[in-house]
Write a protein that binds this ligand. Structure first.
Ligand code: THU
Length: 132
């Protein structure tokens, strides 16, 4: 199994564990780091709706806990006809630990539907280098 197949497999498993009783919209995210490690996350909703968290957030937390800091590639997987591309807040969260060349794979259960760089989905972004 190559790396992208492994990431798709992990993302499907993450979707199965998503806690989304309100939206019924499960999302899985899987990061591959510059060190070759993999970290998964799923969305976790809450009865107080705005308190819920996105799949990408969970994967980033797992990465930091695991001692990694750089995202080489990330898979974001969800169901539906429209592309499940990372929400605006998650683009910024991914940006913190990415380079402009970091690849974002937008996927459904069947595979990759579109692959874009972080710079393409979040141009002219604000990051750690912008702080004085
Ligand atoms: N969701 C994510 O997990 N990631 C995204 O980038 C888009 C939205 C989740 C949040 C919520 O639990 C559900 O999808 C519907 O918005």
């Amino acid at each position: 199994m190559n790396d992208i197949e492994k990431m798709l497999d992990l993302a499907r498993k993450a979707m199965e564990n998503a806690y989304c009783p309100y939206s019924k919209f499960s999302v899985g995210a899987v990061i591959k780091t510059d060190t070759g490690h993999f970290y998964s996350g799923c969305n976790v909703e809450n009865a107080s709706y705005p308190v819920g968290s996105c799949a990408e957030q969970g994967a980033i937390s797992a990465m930091i806990l695991g001692g990694d800091k750089k995202i080489a590639e990330i898979v974001v997987m969800g169901n539906g006809d429209a592309l499940v591309s990372p929400c605006g807040a998650c683009r910024q969260r991914i940006r913190e630990f990415s380079t402009p060349e970091t690849i974002v794979h937008i996927c459904d259960r069947n595979g990759v539907r579109k692959s874009l760089t972080l710079a393409e989905i979040l141009p002219i972004s604000f990051g750690p280098e912008n702080l004085l």
